[in-house]
Design a binder for this molecule. Sequence first.
Ligand code: FAD
Length: 210
Amino acid sequence: MADTRHYDVIIIGSGAGGGTLGFKLAEAGKKVLMLERGNFLPREKENWDPEEVFVKERYTTKDAWHDKDGKPFQPGVHYFVGGATKVYGAALFRFRERDFEQVQHHDGISPEWPLKYDTFEPYYSQAEHLYHVHGHHGEDPTDPPFSQQLEYPPVTHAPRIQQLHDLPGGLTEVPFVPPIPLPVMALIMSLIVVLFGGGRLSIDWMMSRR
Ligand SMILES: Cc1cc2nc3c(=O)[nH]c(=O)nc-3n(C[C@H](O)[C@H](O)[C@H](O)COP(=O)(O)OP(=O)(O)OC[C@H]3O[C@@H](n4cnc5c(N)ncnc54)[C@H](O)[C@@H]3O)c2cc1C
C-alpha cells in the first residue's frame, strides 16, 4: 500500500548537518522526516577507550568508497544516529575568513566558496547558542570577527596547561581554551528522539538499512 504520509522536508543523515537542520526546521513548525542508515551507537566500555575508537576504529564503517579513478579508500565515516558527532572532539571552531577563499593545500586546492564568512557569521552565533558553546571569542588571536560574544564561560584548563598559561612572560604561544559545546549533539539528538513519539516537534525518525 502506498505511503501517504506527507513531509515538508526529508533529511538524509542525522549527523551534525542533518541533526541541526532537522531541529531548527521542526522548531519552525515544519514536518520533518529524518532518514538514518545507522543504528544507535551501542553503550559499552569501549566508548571510552581511545585505542578502540581511534586506533582500531571500532565505530568507523568498513565500507569502501572510491575516488575519481575508481581506487577504493576507507572514508572514515560513522553510520550512527548522530553521525560523526558520536566520536568527535567537540571543539566548535568557526571557519576563518580565508577558509572561504581558494586555499592551496598539500594535496590540492580547496576552491573558493560562492558565499563568504560574513554570510555565515549570524548562523555561527545561532549554532553556538544552540550548542551551548563555552569559551571566549577573541582569546584565540586567529578568531574571525564576531557579532555576539559566547554566552558561556570557557571551561577550565587542565592543571599542566594552566601552569603554562600562567608562566610570567615565558611563552610566546599562550594556550587558550577551545570553544567547547557542553551538552553538545547528544542533547539535541536525545531531544529529537524523545520528542519523536510525542510529535511536538513533528519529527519522524526512520532507520534505513541496506
Ligand atoms: C574522530 C573525529 C573527530 C572530530 N572532531 C571534530 C571537532 O572537534 N570539531 C568539529 O567541528 N568537527 C570534528 N569532526 C568533524 C565533524 O564530526 C564532522 O565535520 C561532522 O560530523 C560532519 O557532519 P555531517 O552531518 O556532514 O556528516 P556526519 O556527521 O558524517 O553524518 C552523516 C550521517 O548520514 C548518515 N547517512 C549517510 N548515508 C546515508 C544514507 N544513504 N541514508 C541514510 N543515512 C545516511 C550517516 O549514517 C551519518 O549519521 C570530527 C570528526 C571525527 C571523525
